[in-house]
Design a protein around this ligand. Sequence first.
Ligand code: ASP
Length: 332
Amino acid sequence: MKKNILLIYTGGTIGMIKSHKSDRLLPINFDNLISAIPELSNPEINIENQSITNPIDSSSMSPQVWIEIAKLIKLSYNKYEGFVILHGTDTMAYTASAISFLIQGLNKPIIFTGSQIPIGVRRTDAKENLITSIEIACNSKICDVCIYFEDQLYRGNRTVKVNTEHFEAFKSPNFPTLAKVGVNIKYSPIKKKVDKKSFSVHESLSNDIAIIKLFPGIKISTIEAIIDSAKGIIIESYGAGNAPNSNKIESILRKACKNDKIIINVSQCLQGSAITNKYESSKVFNNSGVVCGKDMTTEAAVTKLMFLMSKDYNDKKIKKQMQKNLRGEISN
Ligand code: ASP
């Protein structure tokens, strides 16, 4: 039986080719992308392609486009065994996280991939990334939103972009890779928690969100202004979830939490977790009603909050859900 795979093109370096006239990189026609890789013709796989309305450099990504991608998957869900999404690397970890929350009850693979060198350039990494992503998308045991990049398959909502220079652009600091690719594709035996809910796609996201990254010397007025600017705030704290031992900051946070702000504490560190009550210096959070985001990446915390705040939930439920493992994004 032939596997049907849908390739969704959203833009990014992977779809670029050098213009003969100007030597500049220009987006290529998506149909040419297929013909540029004859290795893709496989009698066992039927690849169809679709593109979002306006393919973009992923640094222009937005929640509207995430919803467009989720709707495309919804419309074609029954027709295909797997999905490969071509995306720029800059915000791929955000998009993969957002799609993981928007889609509930997923029981097919959705594989994001891209490249560091455009498809139309001789040393490109695009071909291997794309060919292997398609092969992985044929594996019906994968029921996750993933990123495949440079020989590694990651859970999408656990990844971060860590490198602009090397082919190995992503890491999953707090969760093991789902597969390693060499001569063979070796899938790890991690058992995904089967999502028993039936397939559905949520079609809205709130962007009433802001991020505060703490640094020594941050002005109190900056913290206040950012908190004032949004309902949901992610604080990137130090180490295991620490902040300056400041009565002023504690009282600002307490007041904000009382005034219906939802504040989440995640760590600036790549690896490890924000923990409540480990150090005296996490007391500004513990005493004020800030929610501990444990080992979630900032990308997962932002998109999860966008998702939960767009639902018909009260604040108490949003805070509870932020600490719960919804799609494999947080360790128990
Ligand atoms: N700026 C590009 C993008 O994210 C980089 C890439 O494709 O890797 O769309």
